[in-house]
Design a binder for this molecule. Structure first.
Ligand code: ADP
Ligand code: G3P
Length: 501
């Protein structure tokens, strides 16, 4: 009997379930978008109950599309948007507030206050590998405890649980209030600002400073092991849950970036460039994060350097939803192709401040170089180019940190269908860009983590064998043009800084 592994990818804009066979080929997928809630400027929330409902629907949907029975599924892996924080009542399963999303900037003040405590910013960097920034979960939990009436007392009484989306989905999948597992893995925990990167355990001093009771926090398990089985109700009843990876780390698996020096760039809501640094924890001197890449069972953890970019694909969504300039994301390419270049127009999408390599929460978005000449095509081009320029900035930082310049760039994610963007990325980087056949690397990576733990795949060789190139874009731009356009981009960035008082 042919067997399969399922993956649930709880992403920023949607939740999907994919089912993979032994060759890493996707035999079915189902996907549902959820509401993006913007209560105020800079605030971004999700309804965690809507996400749990969608998770159930897409798992049933994927099984139905593949025409499979649950007994054909040997394991399920979970991957997720990272950092997004939800706090719920352990007895009822009701969230006490919407999930606060990674892009949300409401915790700026909290971060500034925490930075003034003993050890300041440096303590966070040294212990957690992260800058003290609004991006990460810890300050979001602190905000919920400070702002939801009665929350702190309930948290201290042990009534409340915190989780990133992996934790929330697994707790519900394993029974919720009736004995649900409260667990996470080091790739997700390393994004909270609460985990010690060396010991892979919660840092009690930081949790105390942040005012977060340890009883709220999930147990940190490895990224690949059988944690338990899904509850008896539901379409995946009784299947072992055997993998947990943050989505960007899952993409590393899906791209077979399993050796030191291997890197990928994922183009989704934001962009995330990760470089495998092996069992060495490299601390960045150029504005990158140090994070856990994965931890397989009892093996030593593997670390990564990461360049996180907050706004890339979501800028295309913004053009569609807020300005109505396009009706579908794919349409942007058609308009961008009506012009030769950006016509002098640069769009810096600092909607959530600027993440790597700047970490400037005082930046805000700006369109620069506007003249009467600039038309819709130029603006669409500037939107796409912003993704490529931001990627070059973090890759330059990575080259500086590692001392070994990247020779090729493996890419994946929703935006890599955009051929104009891929060519421009190769042009502005000056290195070839390579897209694999399976560009759903995030789901595939979660499936690999679960399949490795259950013996469905035997090891790294299986994963490497399954990876295959689909298309390569080689640089065609003259060196002088490349340098000039990048210089103008850097100049544009300087104009967005110091905007928020
Ligand atoms: N043809 C396209 N050109 C440019 N951007 C696109 C295109 N198709 C999708 N996108 C963008 O890709 C993003 C979706 O990618 P995906 O990897 O599914 O995101 P996520 O996992 O973050 O939810 C959206 O932000 C969308 O605007
Ligand atoms: O959901 P994605 O693919 O936009 O990924 C979000 C990242 O995990 C945020 O750190």
């Amino acid at each position: 009997m042919t067997q399969y592994v399922a993956a649930i990818d709880q992403g920023t804009t949607s939740t999907r379930c994919m089912i993979f066979d032994h060759s890493g080929h996707a035999v079915a997928a189902d996907q549902m978008e959820h509401e993006q809630i913007f209560p105020r400027a800079g605030w971004v929330e999700h309804d965690a109950l809507e996400i749990w409902r969608n998770t159930r629907e897409v798992t049933a949907g994927a099984l139905a599309k593949a025409d499979l029975h649950v007994r054909d599924i040997v394991a399920v892996g979970i991957t997720n948007q990272r950092e997004t924080a939800v706090v719920w009542d352990r007895a009822t399963g009701q969230p006490i507030y919407n999930a606060i999303v990674w892009q949300d900037t409401r915790t700026d003040q909290i971060c500034q206050e925490l930075g003034q405590l003993g050890g300041g910013q440096e303590r966070y960097r040294d212990r957690t590998g992260l800058p003290l920034a609004t991006y990460f979960s810890g300050p979001k939990v602190r905000w919920i405890l400070d702002n939801v009436e009665g929350a702190r007392a309930r948290a201290e009484a042990g009534e409340l649980l915190f989780g990133t989306m992996d934790t929330w989905v697994i707790w519900n999948m394993t029974g919720g209030p009736e004995g649900g597992l409260h667990i996470t893995d080091p790739t997700n925990a390393s994004r909270t600002l609460l985990m010690d990167l060396d010991t892979l355990s919660w840092d009690e001093d930081i949790c105390a400073d942040m005012g977060i009771p340890l009883s709220m926090l999930p147990e940190i398990r490895s990224s690949s092991e059988v944690y338990g089985h899904t509850r008896e109700r539901g379409s995946l009843a009784g299947v072992p849950i055997a993998g947990i990876l943050g989505d960007q780390q899952a993409a590393m698996f899906g791209q077979a970036c399993l050796s030191p020096g291997e890197a990928k760039n994922t183009y989704g809501t934001g962009n995330f460039v990760l470089l495998n640094t092996g069992t060495d924890k490299v601390m960045s001197e150029n504005g990158l994060l140090t994070t856990v890449c994965y931890k397989i069972g009892d093996n030593a953890p593997v670390y990564a350097l990461e360049g996180s970019i907050a706004v890339t694909g979501s800028l295309v969504q913004w053009l569609r939803d807020n300005l109505g300039m396009i009706t579908t994301a794919a349409e942007i390419e058609k308009h961008a192709r009506t012009v030769e270049d950006n016509g002098g127009c640069y769009f810096v999408p600092a909607f959530s401040g600027l993440f790597a390599p700047y970490w400037r929460s005082d930046a805000r978005g700006a369109i620069l170089g506007l003249t009467r000449f600039v038309n819709k095509g130029h603006l669409c081009r500037a939107v796409l180019e912003a993704t490529a320029f931001q990627s070059r900035e973090v890759i330059e930082a990575m080259n500086a940190d590692s001392g070994v310049p990247l020779k090729t760039l493996k890419v994946d994610g929703g935006m890599v269908v955009n051929e104009l963007l891929m060519q421009f990325q190769a042009d502005i980087l000056g290195v070839p860009v390579i897209r694999p056949v399976v560009s759903e690397t995030t789901s595939l990576g979660a499936a690999y983590a679960a399949g490795l733990a259950t013996g469905f795949w035997s090891g790294e060789e299986d994963i490497r064998r399954n990876w295959a190139q689909d298309k390569q874009w080689d640089p065609q731009m003259a060196e002088e043009t490349r340098q000039e356009q990048y210089r103008m981009w850097k100049k544009a960035v300087t104009k967005t800084l110091d905007w928020v008082d």
